[in-house]
Structures are given as structure tokens and as C-alpha cells.
Design a protein around this ligand. Structure first.
Ligand SMILES: NC(=O)c1ccc[n+]([C@@H]2O[C@H](COP(=O)([O-])OP(=O)(O)OC[C@H]3O[C@@H](n4cnc5c(N)ncnc54)[C@H](OP(=O)(O)O)[C@@H]3O)[C@@H](O)[C@H]2O)c1
Length: 294
């Protein structure tokens, strides 16, 4: 990661932090950015972060009302953004979305292929429909986005693509067969694309967020105070290292940083941004034995 450590990237949770990580000349001012899954969570935070740095941001998602809302929020803050409804599982919609963003502003500089869903079920309980939906969204969706982004980047002779995998690609759960498989597939696609296009000026990398405070992990309808209590207990139990969930802005700022020219030698990599959770595993000594805390 050049001379910027992963710890520094993790610390970049604020505009000031981001400014410290990304030198002014490398920021995305005027760049054309495309994001899949920008209607909420990490993608929405990334759309805002890129726009706040002066980029033109085209993003998609299926929830039209939310998409328009995010577009308005960015414009109201003085940024440039365009929401286009597209479902990443549908090849024609992905192509139309990518081409529309490139045609609107005259090319593509940065792509953040981020749309994703999860499902939680033991392998024998997973339905074929659930398996297909997760793979079609998370893996095929990333493939389709890259397939249609690359021709624009090849024409320009440069580009940066970052795809959202997950720390779950490295650490499976008993109920995570489809999700972990889909996020490992993202890493596979990223590695192949990095080899295919690196010498043509296009860098392709995966980001592996750890648990992040979005609708992806927050049960629907849970009140704010109950959610705050859950998070306070969840962090120390599950996230070795920083001991709290990431905010979507912290992951988004890492994406903006990795997309900058300062990371020009980063290609085919899987960048874990999980507060340290996968760096190790807490050792629990059975109570009553030497070293036990109880
Ligand atoms: N939150 C975490 O703990 C965590 C950790 C590691 C990785 N991730 C990954 O981060 C990415 C973003 O998730 P998030 O946490 O920000 O959750 P989120 O708020 O649920 O965001 C998911 C985004 O993906 C979009 N999306 C889902 N299916 C789509 C489809 N078929 N076509 C187009 N867009 C689609 C959603 O938009 P619409 O619903 O409007 O279509 C939404 O914008 C996902 O790939 C997820 O796997 C999340």
C-alpha cells in the first residue's frame, strides 16, 4: 500500500482524515465515477464522498425513490450526481446504466462495483432460488459491471475498478455458504481482470469490509436505542482489534483513497478494511485454567 498503512486508511473516517490520506493532486476532482448499489449504505456513502471531492457520480440501485433522494442530497450539497435505475442481475440494464453514465460525462475514470445482498442459511436449508439470487447479484453483477465498464476504460487508456467483496470471503460462517462463495468469486474476477488490464492502465482491486453499520446488518424495525445497545455489545465480542462496527463513511473513504492515483501500484489486491477483525482470533482459555480471565 505505498507508504500509507492500512491503519491510516482505517483512520480516514472524516473529511479531514481523507484529506490526510489522499494528497490533493490525487483526489478525484472532475473524475467520472460509476457506482453500483448507491441507494443506501456503503455505496451511498461512497457516492457522497466522491462527489464531495469534486467527482461526477453516476450510481444505480433498484429503489428509485431512494436513488432520487441520494441524487438530491448530493446536488443540494453542491455535488454532481445522476441516479439511473438498474438491476445488476440484468445484463441489458447494466449495459444501459454503464453506457448512459459514460455518455453523459464522456467516459469513466473510476468504478465502484458494490451492489450486494446476503442470505443466511445452513447449506441444506438454502433454496436454489436463494443461492442463485446471491450469486447473480454479488458475483454475476460484478462480472457484468466490469464487462461493460472495461471498453470505456480501454478507449481512454486508464481506469480504476474497485469491487466490494467482504471479510466474509476470508472467514466463513455455518450459514454463509452462498455469501462467502459469492464474495470469493468477486476476488477471483478481480484477480483475472487485474491481470487482463493492468498493463493497459486499468487497476482492479477488491475491498473487503468488515461488519459495517448499514441496513445489511441492522434488523429492520429495530429502534435506534436498541440498535446502539446491540452494537456496543457486538463490537467487543466479535471485532478483535477496533472492537466496533465500521461506519459506511469509513469504508467509503477507504474506497476513495484506494481509487486515487497515490495507489497506482495496487492491482489485483484484496484490501481488508475490518478494524483488525480478521488479523487474529481471540484465544479463550477455559475458566479455572492458567491464563483464564475468569
Ligand atoms: N454491511 C456490512 O457489514 C458489509 C460487510 C462486508 C461487505 N458488505 C458488502 O457491501 C456492499 C454494500 O452493502 P451495504 O452494507 O451498504 O448494505 P445496503 O445498504 O443493503 O446496500 C446494498 C446496496 O446494493 C444494492 N443492490 C442490491 N441488489 C441489487 C441489484 N440486484 N441491483 C442493483 N443494486 C442492488 C442496493 O440497492 P437497491 O436495494 O436499491 O437495489 C443497495 O444500494 C454489499 O456488496 C455487501 O455485500 C457489507
Amino acid at each position: 500500500m505505498n507508504n500509507i498503512t492500512r491503519r491510516t486508511v482505517l483512520a480516514a473516517g472524516t473529511a479531514a482524515g481523507l484529506a490526510a490520506v489522499v494528497p490533493a493532486r490525487a483526489r478525484p476532482h472532475g473524475k467520472i465515477v460509476i457506482i453500483t448499489g448507491g441507494t443506501s449504505g456503503i455505496g451511498k456513502a461512497a457516492a457522497k464522498a466522491f462527489a464531495a471531492q469534486g467527482a461526477k457520480v453516476g450510481f444505480c440501485g433498484r429503489r428509485e425513490q431512494l436513488g432520487r433522494q441520494v441524487e438530491q442530497e448530493i446536488r443540494a450539497a453542491g455535488g454532481e450526481a445522476c441516479y439511473i435505475r438498474a438491476d445488476v442481475r440484468k445484463p441489458d440494464e447494466v449495459k444501459a446504466f454503464v453506457d448512459a453514465v459514460a455518455d453523459r460525462w464522456g467516459g469513466l475514470d473510476i468504478a465502484f462495483n458494490n451492489a450486494g445482498i446476503g442470505v443466511s442459511a445452513a447449506p441444506h436449508d438454502l433454496t436454489l432460488e436463494q443461492w442463485d439470487d446471491v450469486m447473480d447479484t454479488n458475483a454475476r453483477g460484478v462480472f457484468l459491471a466490469i464487462k461493460h465498464e472495461i471498453p470505456h476504460m480501454l478507449r481512454a487508456g486508464h481506469g480504476v475498478i474497485i469491487c466490494t467483496s467482504s471479510s466474509a470471503a476470508e472467514q466463513a460462517r455455518p450459514t454463509g455458504a452462498a455469501y462467502t462463495a459469492s464474495k470469493r468469486a468477486v476476488q477471483g474476477i478481480v484477480k483475472a481482470a487485474a491481470l487482463a488490464y493492468g498493463a493497459k492502465g486499468i487497476r482492479v482491486n477488491a475491498i473487503l469490509p468488515g461488519t459495517t453499520d448499514t441496513a445489511f446488518v441492522r434488523p429492520p424495525g429495530i429502534p435506534d436505542d436498541a440498535w446502539a445497545k446491540f452494537k456496543a455489545a457486538y463490537g467487543p465480542l466479535n471485532i478483535d482489534g477496533i472492537e466496533r462496527m465500521a461506519s459506511p463513511e469509513e469504508i467509503a473513504n477507504a474506497v476513495v483513497g484506494l481509487a486515487s492515483d497515490g495507489f497506482g501500484y495496487l492491482n489485483g489486491a484484496s484490501v481488508v478494511v475490518d478494524g483488525g477483525a480478521t488479523a487474529g482470533r481471540r484465544m479463550v482459555i477455559p475458566p479455572g485454567f492458567p491464563g483464564s480471565e475468569q
